[in-house]
Design a protein around this ligand. Structure first.
Ligand code: GLA
Length: 401
């Protein structure tokens, strides 16, 4: 009898704890992560300066929130097994850094790995999950990216569940970012474990192609876009497909950066900037802070877009939006400009997975160009435009009352 009521209390405590972790990512998380631009070269001054830049650049104002230190912040474990930050790079300690980030109205993210070592060869969390989760809670961590290097024969779902339970036990609400590269179909089991899961291997700062690193490759924007076409039904509020952190501002052309950003918004992807936001040029800043595009990504319905039309050298992605609206992204995959002509009546948008339909011959929509920031008439007329090489035109269609 006593045992049964004890189990009941435990169960109830666990339900309460799980509730604390719900609704932390009702829209795709937005922030910045050190890895894409700085790799292992991280230190506390950089992170403080990035937090400052997040505010002064206007990124915070449009919704970027998490400042995330990726790999290589770790030093050794102490005699009791508690992880310490690298004392040379983070001499003031992580609590002080978290306090600084919080004082700016931002949130603090950190990185670890389900294996015994991180991808960068620092101590991983395997066997130390509960201790690490407690340490993060003490420091004030709000977001954990949890990687998959050196996991040997570990079962992926089990390993991520262990860390999730450790985070629950530590008691501080944390956005949990599953980073196992899509190897074990995390979209099938990630929903109750984390808030987002990587769907592919690492992104590279190129638009179309791949980069070899010996035993593995990193991928261009188009490769990542094409790699996982049939998993949109798994995404939604609090559980997102993550096609990786952005490479906007890391060396692609302006057109390519604009296309990359737009596609991530159409995919309802987490918007985690990966450039040096302390020193970005105005064009990069404008791309990352385009409010109308961000509103597409952050739309309350939380529906991941689908490929709607494929033509010879251009294609259109569609994303159902709240209030009967729809976002369309016309993508030019080629290195030549393309002319687009579209008779809306011929091409209704049908989203069979989420049950949305847009019949343009039955209902008229107003058209807004989200990059030109201009209204373009309605779907009663033929749509014609030109798309530059490796660029996009993004429209928002709203029903005419
Ligand atoms: C893996 C991840 C990357 C990054 C590095 C750090 O490759 O996929 O996003 O975190 O590890 O070493």
């Amino acid at each position: 009898m006593l045992k049964r009521s004890f189990l009941g209390v435990l169960f109830f405590a666990n339900v309460l704890m799980a509730q604390k972790f719900e609704k932390l990512a009702l829209t795709p998380p937005m922030g910045w992560n050190s890895w894409n631009n700085f790799g292992c070269d991280v230190n506390e001054q950089l992170i403080r300066d990035v937090a400052d830049a997040m505010v002064s650049s206007g990124m915070k104002e449009v919704g970027y929130q998490y400042v995330i230190i990726d790999d290589c912040w770790q030093g050794e474990r102490d005699d009791l097994g508690f992880i310490q930050p690298d004392p040379e790079r983070f001499p003031s300690g992580m609590k002080a850094l978290a306090d600084y980030i919080h004082s700016k109205g931002l949130k603090f993210g950190i990185y670890s790995d389900a294996g015994w070592q991180t991808c960068g060869g620092r101590p991983g969390s395997r066997g130390y999950e509960y201790q690490d989760a407690l340490t993060y809670a003490k420091w004030g961590v709000d977001y954990l990216k949890y990687d998959w290097c050196n996991t040997e024969e570990l079962n992926a779902k089990g390993a991520y569940l262990t860390m999730r339970n450790a985070l629950y036990a530590a008691g501080r609400p944390v956005v949990f970012s599953i980073c196992e590269w899509g190897n074990n179909q995390p979209w099938e089991w990630g929903r109750d474990i984390g808030h987002l899961w990587r769907t592919t291997g690492d992104i590279a700062p190129i638009f179309d192609g791949e980069v070899g690193h010996g035993s593995w490759n990193s991928w261009g924007v188009l490769q990542i876009l094409d790699m996982r076409e049939n998993i949109r039904q798994y995404a939604g509020p609090d559980h997102w497909n993550d096609p990786d952190m952005m490479e906007v501002g890391n060396g692609m052309t302006v057109n390519q950066d604009r296309a990359h950003f737009s596609l991530w918004c159409l995919l309802a992807a987490p918007l985690i900037a990966g450039n040096d936001i302390r020193n970005m040029n105005p064009v990069t800043r404008e791309i990352l802070t385009n409010k109308e595009l961000i509103a597409v990504d952050q739309d309350a319905l939380g529906i991941q877009g689908l490929k709607y039309l494929v033509k010879d050298n251009w294609e259109v992605w569609a994303k159902p939006l709240d209030k009967g609206a729809l976002a369309l992204c016309f993508l030019n995959r080629t290195l030549q400009p393309v002319e687009v002509k579209l008779d809306w009546n011929e091409f209704p948008v049908k989203d069979d997975e989420f049950h949305y339909q847009y019949f343009f011959n039955e209902k008229e929509y107003k058209i807004r160009d989200l990059w030109a920031k201009k209204d373009l008439g309605t779907t009663a007329k033929l749509f014609m435009t030109q798309i530059a090489a490796h660029d996009v035109v993004v429209l928002k269609l709203s029903p005419v009352k």
